[in-house]
Design a protein around this ligand. Structure first.
Ligand SMILES: Nc1ncnc2c1ncn2[C@@H]1O[C@H](COP(=O)(O)OP(=O)(O)OP(=O)(O)O)[C@@H](O)[C@H]1O
Length: 614
């Protein structure tokens, strides 16, 4: 049974079992802030005792007035009055102090949980992170991270104070008629099971909703973010996407309405049952007072005790129910936090990379994406030495970018071997290896931060080293651009935040290349570095790349054969395999796929020239 099925097959007993999560919940609460946590806990125990104390004080006051009326001794009344005022004051004081600590603790707790989720996120491997189920778990964990853990805390507190109130008020009734106290405590149990089942159903509905929630989040992202705004306008997609979004939410509403109606009907039914029992018990108290069995003060206290016992018993069970539901959420959060981390990078057994990388070998490397039958990379073997450049070419989807992700160990589940200086990359100290590689991915990030951040993120400890950052900028030709920016390196980039300076596609691409170049790496990998560049910029970028890797190694992926031809080695990929391998001249002489692609592109340029001449 998969984890998902396990959760969906939760029965009443399994929900109760979910209480074993409580120690872990307490650990999070404790770690959030020891002092606040303990203080709130203690205040709640005190809060739980107050209703019974108030009750006894009221009973005492009324009875002492009755006694004083008979024998004109007023001291007892003053004394009882003092106690009532003191307890009322304590009640107020506890309430205000508790809400002060609550307020602070709430923010801290949601931060703590959000941080735990983000910490876990960055540790996951790319393969795990990309799994749809993991994305769903993340959505579930994140969507309620701000409210759920705090609600759990509140529920636990209400449970504590409710139980204390229940026991203390029930004790007053026990003295009078023990079976009435038991009846009032057990009465709400009848509703407990029904509400528990309903809670399970509500959870199942929300559990199954995660993929749709993700879809609705994505639709809202498309409709509200600048990256998609232009296309949405041009293709007039607004109404279509909005309709889709509304559709998802109207489906949610139908489900919610059904559940709300069930909850409403159950509540009415059990409320009526309660009313009948409570009225009968109050009539019994009334009868006792009428027959003179109890005094008037005790009568008032007893009626109050009946109502308190019944309501606190109902409250305790309600809180137990909420706790079950909250625990189901926590189970999702913990499932995400417990996800396996593929490689414990920097293990003691890892081979240290003490030297510069001067040799890279791939031996029969094959890789399939999870749940895919076809190889994205199939039996790839190649080698690269210091001072050499390798160009990867091939049609769309032939496996070039995947190969780069394998080289950078983003995916570990490959067969064959990748050797760095003769050692298997699998056994190498991961961070040391990655420190020696500078990569620009095809889908590089536009950081909506300052230019300084955008470049220095390649070597974050250089964030304040202007000289170093500007040198990387010079190598990609963006120095003149930086000089023109209103706050130079500290200018905000992009359009998401105030005073943001938007760059063109080619400028963003050069910034991304500068981010790789700021690293003093031994191997530079550029995945389609010229996709957004004009011919002049492309020429410039490749000249600089060749200079940079003259005594290092360089790999680039490109569909532009004008640049590819200058690489020392060219690997032509098709359906995951390397089908041709050699220099430009070797491959042209072969008259195979490379020749075909090269001449196709060259003739397209020549045709254009003809058109211009005509
Ligand atoms: N994250 C992923 N999950 C599943 N399959 C993927 C993933 N990324 C790529 N693929 C698949 O792997 C194959 C190789 O993709 P890859 O991105 O490596 O090709 P490429 O040669 O870089 O293509 P392009 O020239 O279009 O960038 C394709 O069939 C693609 O559908």
């Amino acid at each position: 049974m998969t984890a998902r099925e396990e959760v969906l097959h939760f029965k009443v007993i399994n929900i109760v079992r979910s209480f074993k999560l409580l120690p872990r919940v307490f650990k999070i609460l404790w770690e959030t802030h020891h002092f606040y946590f303990l203080t709130i806990l203690i205040l709640n125990v005190v809060k739980g005792l107050i209703p019974a104390a108030l009750l006894l004080a009221t009973q005492n006051l009324i009875n002492s007035v009755v006694i004083a009326h008979g024998n004109s001794v007023f001291d007892g009344v003053i004394y009882a009055f003092f106690w009532l005022i003191a307890i009322t004051l304590l009640n107020e004081l506890v309430g205000y102090t508790e809400s002060y600590f609550h307020h602070l603790f709430e923010t801290m707790l949601s931060n703590e949980v959000n941080i735990k989720i983000m910490e876990k996120s960055v540790k996951l491997s790319l393969a795990t992170f990309e799994e749809a189920e993991v994305q769903d778990q993340l959505t579930r964990a994140q969507s309620e991270a701000n409210s759920r853990p705090y609600q759990i805390f509140m529920t636990i507190l209400s449970l504590i104070s409710g139980t204390v109130t229940l026991l203390s008020t029930a004790a007053i009734l026990l003295v009078w008629r023990w079976w009435v106290a038991i009846l009032l405590i057990l009465l709400p149990v009848t509703s407990f099971v029904s509400f528990l089942k309903l809670g399970q159903r509500e959870f199942d509905v929300h559990f199954k909703r995660a993929p749709k929630m993700r879809e609705s989040w994505y639709l809202s992202f498309l409709l509200t973010k600048d990256v998609s705004f232009k296309e949405i306008k041009l293709f007039n997609l607004g109404n279509y996407l909005l309709g889709h979004y509304k559709n998802i939410y109207s489906q949610f509403f139908v489900e919610d309405k059904k559940l709300a109606f069930r909850r409403f009907s159950l509540s009415i039914l059990f409320q009526l049952l309660n009313l009948v029992v409570i009225s009968s018990v109050i009539f019994l108290v009334l009868w006792s007072a009428y027959t003179g069995e109890i005094m008037i003060g005790s009568f008032v206290a007893m009626v109050q005790a009946v109502s308190n016992t019944q309501s606190s018993s109902q409250g305790v069970l309600q809180h137990l129910l909420s706790l079950c539901q909250h625990n189901l959420y926590m189970q999702q959060l913990f499932a995400f936090l417990d996800l396996k981390i593929e490689k414990a990078s920097n293990r003691e057994s890892d081979v240290a990379l003490n030297d510069k990388i001067n040799r890279l070998e791939l031996k029969d490397v094959s890789f399939k994406y999870p749940n895919k039958s076809k190889y994205a990379v199939h039996e790839v073997s190649l080698e690269l030495n210091k001072g050499e450049t390798l160009a990867l070419v091939g049609k769309n989807g032939s496996g070039k970018s995947t190969l780069v992700k394998l080289l950078t160990q983003l995916y570990q589940g490959y067969s064959g071997n990748i050797l760095v200086n003769g050692y298997s990359a699998r056994d190498m100290n991961h961070s040391q290896l990655l420190e020696r590689i500078g990569v620009v991915f095809q889908d590089f990030v536009h950081y909506e931060m300052s230019m300084r951040h955008n470049i220095a993120f390649g070597e974050v400890h250089q964030i304040d080293n202007d000289k170093h950052i500007l040198e990387a900028a010079r190598k990609t030709g963006i120095l003149p651009l930086i000089n023109q920016l209103p706050q130079g390196l500290d200018t905000q980039m992009g359009k998401w935040f105030e005073e943001g300076h938007q760059l063109s596609g080619g400028q963003w691409q050069r910034v991304a290349i500068a981010r790789a170049y700021i690293r003093n790496a031994d191997l530079y990998i550029l995945d389609e570095p010229s996709a957004f560049l004009d011919p002049e910029a492309e020429y410039e970028v490749f000249q600089m790349f060749r200079q940079l890797v003259a005594d290092r190694m360089g790999i680039f992926i490109s569909h532009r054969f004008s640049s590819v031809r200058y690489a020392d080695k060219i690997a032509v990929m098709d359906e995951g395999r390397i089908v041709e391998y050699g220099s430009h001249y070797d491959l042209m002489a072969l008259r195979g796929l490379y020749y075909e692609l090269y001449t196709m592109q060259a003739s397209a340029y020549l045709d254009n020239e003809k058109v211009v001449k005509i």
